[in-house]
Design a protein around this ligand. Structure first.
Ligand code: ADP
Length: 487
């Protein structure tokens, strides 16, 4: 098939979280399976130097945004057979220190930046000479693309059939902007209503995608069910219930070329399910790197996370307050809300021999934490898919997760299946519930034979992209969800 992906971030070019990982890996997996794939994404700061062989696409062009004509410059790159990157090149919008905002706040012109991005993506979807059959858009940054294409096919007499698919990676981020920003799209006011872009007087980019895409997916089966309920629906549950026939949950895959325990440039020592001894050496190296007392017998818990309410960081802080008394060690790599950053720094100051905290974004350290930790904490309030628990399974760090969204779909608790247990689950969103799960982990740590079995089950669990690609192909061909729309 011929597929055009549109995303605000794509690993290895840009990433703030799981979205970037997923789109980068999906693009490569589809191309490797023999499909023709294009990916539209912004040309962020630093990429020009990092990716020197960019080629400009076609002659100069413009898009009309509101009352302005804005130059449309696109740089292309073909990193591997079957895959072409289309970088939207607008230094004024995208050459900034961060992708979406700084110091805990969004950039004030995000509406303009991503309406422009969506206008360019919609143009490419129609004008690229290889004629994509499916346009697969991701999250709010690309949410307006299905509506822009719908408008074109209905009003510009364009008759080619083009299927649009929207993937929700996190319903909590909707791209909400003042209603007057809708004028930037140059769409007729008919779309600015309850059934379209409008949301309590504001412009809602994610809602636009959900309302107008031919098919909707999200990144785990359980989250697909959860978001149709008021508790998890973030105000869009009624729309999602109305579109439930078009909604599918497909658990993300892992790029095991990148997330591997042997031949990984970030890890001091290679290991595997068959030869697990090296894991212990990674643990000692991690303790040393983070200035903790080095000891093979001390149970080591780790987290790599955005520091936001979603990730249950209040539970981690509360549970550790109680559980550090047992002598365990905890390491955290994260960044996000200044309040949480300071709370974790404070914990490390109070327990310097047990807690190490690194605030920042550091891919190498994230691999070393997964490899060095005995247990991985992920007590999310909600979790569309979650990748870190999948990485921790492969790295032999037994995940301790709250049973929600993709965490519930990917981790097996001993209560559900004693033979295939891979992690520890808890349900109640409360520090005591996490503390109880940590106590279970310590009991498991005291039983090396059982712990070995958990690790082995986790390391052998297979979340490779083949299964997810098959799921997306079913959605692309209309075999899952709603029938295709043919103008
Ligand atoms: P989310 O997308 O909600 O942030 P996921 O678990 O799906 O959560 O994906 C997070 C991704 O971002 C993982 O690849 C994780 O390793 C990475 N990540 C998050 N915070 C950091 C950080 N501070 N440094 C390095 N990588 C990070």
């Amino acid at each position: 098939m011929k597929i055009l992906l549109v995303s605000g971030e794509v690993h290895p070019y840009s990433k703030t979280g799981g979205l970037g990982d997923m789109v980068g890996a999906l693009a490569r997996a589809l191309a490797a399976a023999g499909h023709q794939v294009g990916v539209v994404t912004p040309l962020y700061a630093g990429l020009r130097a990092k990716v020197p062989d960019l080629q400009p696409l076609g002659p100069a062009a413009e898009v009309v945004m509101g009352w302005r004509r804005v130059p449309m410059v696109v740089q292309t790159l073909s990193p591997e057979p079957g895959l072409t990157m289309y970088f939207v090149d607008h230094p004024g919008y995208f050459e900034r220190p961060a992708l979406y905002g700084e110091h805990g706040g969004d950039y004030p012109d995000n509406a303009e930046r991503f309406v422009f991005f969506s206008l360019v993506a919609a143009r490419l979807a129609v004008e690229l000479p290889w004629r994509p059959e499916v346009v697969h858009v991701h999250d709010w940054q690309a949410g307006l693309v299905p509506i822009l294409l719908q408008h074109q096919r209905l009003h510009a007499g364009w008759r080619r059939s083009l299927r649009t698919v929207m993937t929700i990676h996190n319903l909590a981020y909707q791209g909400l902007f003042p209603g007057w920003d809708f004028a930037l799209t140059n769409l007729p006011a008919d779309y600015f209503n309850l059934h379209g872009v409008e949301f309590y007087g504001q412009m809602n980019c994610l809602k636009a995608g959900i309302a107008f895409a031919d098919a909707i997916t999200t990144v785990s089966p359980r989250y697909a069910r959860e978001i149709t309920t008021p508790e998890y629906g973030c105000g869009l549950d009624a729309l999602l219930r109305a579109r439930a026939g078009a909604l599918t949950g497909i658990l993300n895959g892992v790029d095991y070329e990148e997330w591997k325990t042997s031949g990984n440039r970030y890890l001091p020592c290679a290991y595997s399910a068959r030869q697990p001894a090296g894991k212990g050496k990674n643990k000692l190296a991690l303790q040393q790197e983070l200035d903790l007392p080095v000891g093979a017998d001390t149970p080591l818990f780790g987290s790599v996370t955005r520091l936001t309410d979603q990730k249950g960081v209040d539970l981690t802080l509360g549970a550790l307050e109680e559980m550090l008394g047992t002598g365990l060690q905890y390491v955290l790599l994260g960044s996000g809300s200044p309040v949480w950053e300071e709370a974790f720094r404070d914990l490390a100051r109070r327990f310097p021999r047990q807690v190490a905290v690194r605030i920042g974004f550091d891919p190498g350290l994230s691999h070393r934490i997964e490899a060095g930790s005995d247990f991985y904490l992920m007590p999310s309030k909600f979790e569309p898919c979650g990748l870190n628990q999948l990485y921790s399974l492969r790295y032999g760090a037994v995940p301790i997760v709250r049973a929600t969204g993709g965490l519930d779909d990917s981790v097996v608790d001993i209560a559900a299946d004693a033979e295939h247990a891979t992690g520890i689950k808890f349900t109640e969103y409360a520090p005591w519930a996490l503390a109880k799960a940590i106590r279970k982990a310590l009991a498991l740590y005291a039983e090396p034979a059982l712990l070995k079995e958990y690790r082995r089950n986790g390391m052998l669990a297979d979340f490779s992209w083949d299964r997810a690609v098959a799921g997306y192909l079913r959605v692309y061909t209309g075999a899952a969800g709603a029938p295709s729309f043919h103008p």
